[in-house]
Design a protein around this ligand. Structure first.
Ligand SMILES: CC(C)(COP(=O)(O)OP(=O)(O)OC[C@H]1O[C@@H](n2cnc3c(N)ncnc32)[C@H](O)[C@@H]1OP(=O)(O)O)[C@@H](O)C(=O)NCCC(=O)NCCS
Length: 190
C-alpha cells in the first residue's frame, strides 16, 4: 500500500469493480477523459480486470485510490495507474481519475498523484512521468501543475468531443524535479 496524507493507494479487489463500473459510466467524470458516452458493461469490466485484477500486465497497472486508511479500508474514490511503461527509457504515461465527484477539488487527486510519483520515482526507478490532459480540463491542469508537472507541448486539435476538436496538453515531471520538490516523499513516509 502507498499512503499519501489524504489518500491510500492499494490493489484493486473484486469488490471494487462496482465502483469502477459506476465511474466508467458516469458521463460527467468521463467527459474529462473525452469519452462521455462510453458504455461499459460489468462483463466487459470483469473481463478487463479479470485475470489478476490489478496485477501488472507489463506496460499497464492500475491502483485504487481510497481515503487514507492504514489498513486500506478507506472510502473508494478513484483510480490511478501507469498505462505505457517504457523500462528502457525509464518513463511512463500515467492517468488518474477521482470518480466520486464529491471529492473533486478537495486535494485528493493531487495527494494521490504525489504519493504515486513517490512510488514511480523511488521504487520503480523511473526518470520521467508524463500524462495527457485535455486543454479544457482546468482543474486537472491546475492539479498537475501544483504537483510539479510542466507543459511539454500541445497535440493540436487532438480530441474530438461534442462536435468539435480540442487541443491536448502533454505534461511531464522528471525525477530530479520531483526529488527537489518532495525530498522526503517515499511510500509510507509522508
Ligand atoms: C483531475 C483530478 C484527478 C484532480 O483531482 P482533484 O482532487 O479534483 O484536484 P485537487 O483538489 O488536488 O486540485 C485541483 C486544483 O484546481 C482548482 N480547481 C478546482 N476546480 C477548478 C476549475 N473548475 N477550474 C480551475 N481550477 C479549479 C482547485 O482549487 C485546486 O487548486 P488549488 O489547490 O490551488 O486551490 C480530478 O478532479 C478528477 O479525476 N476529475 C475527473 C476526471 C479527470 O479529469 N481526470 C483527469 C484526466 S487527465
Amino acid at each position: 500500500m502507498i499512503h499519501g496524507q489524504l489518500t491510500t493507494l492499494r490493489a484493486i479487489e473484486r469488490e471494487d469493480l462496482d465502483a469502477l463500473w459506476r465511474w466508467y459510466n458516469d458521463a460527467e467524470a468521463m467527459y474529462y477523459w473525452a469519452e462521455p458516452h462510453k458504455t461499459m458493461s460489468r462483463e466487459d469490466l470483469d473481463g478487463r480486470y479479470g485475470a489478476g485484477l490489478s496485477a501488472s500486465t507489463g506496460r499497464a497497472h492500475w491502483l485504487l485510490i481510497t481515503t487514507r486508511d492504514e489498513a486500506g479500508r478507506g472510502e473508494t474514490i478513484g483510480r490511478i495507474g501507469y498505462v505505457d511503461l517504457d523500462r528502457r527509457n525509464r518513463h511512463t504515461e500515467i492517468a488518474l481519475m477521482i470518480g466520486e465527484r464529491d471529492y473533486w477539488g478537495r486535494g485528493y487527486g493531487s495527494d494521490a498523484l504525489i504519493a504515486y510519483l513517490g512510488y514511480l520515482f523511488h521504487e520503480l526507478n523511473l526518470h520521467k512521468v508524463w500524462l495527457r490532459v485535455e486543454a479544457f480540463n482546468e482543474r486537472a491542469l491546475r492539479a498537475y501543475e501544483k504537483c510539479g508537472f510542466g507543459r511539454d507541448g500541445v497535440f493540436r486539435e487532438h480530441t474530438f468531443l461534442g462536435g468539435r476538436y480540442y487541443d491536448s496538453i502533454i505534461m511531464s515531471i522528471l525525477e530530479d524535479d520531483f526529488r527537489e520538490r518532495y525530498p522526503f516523499v517515499a511510500p509510507g513516509t509522508r
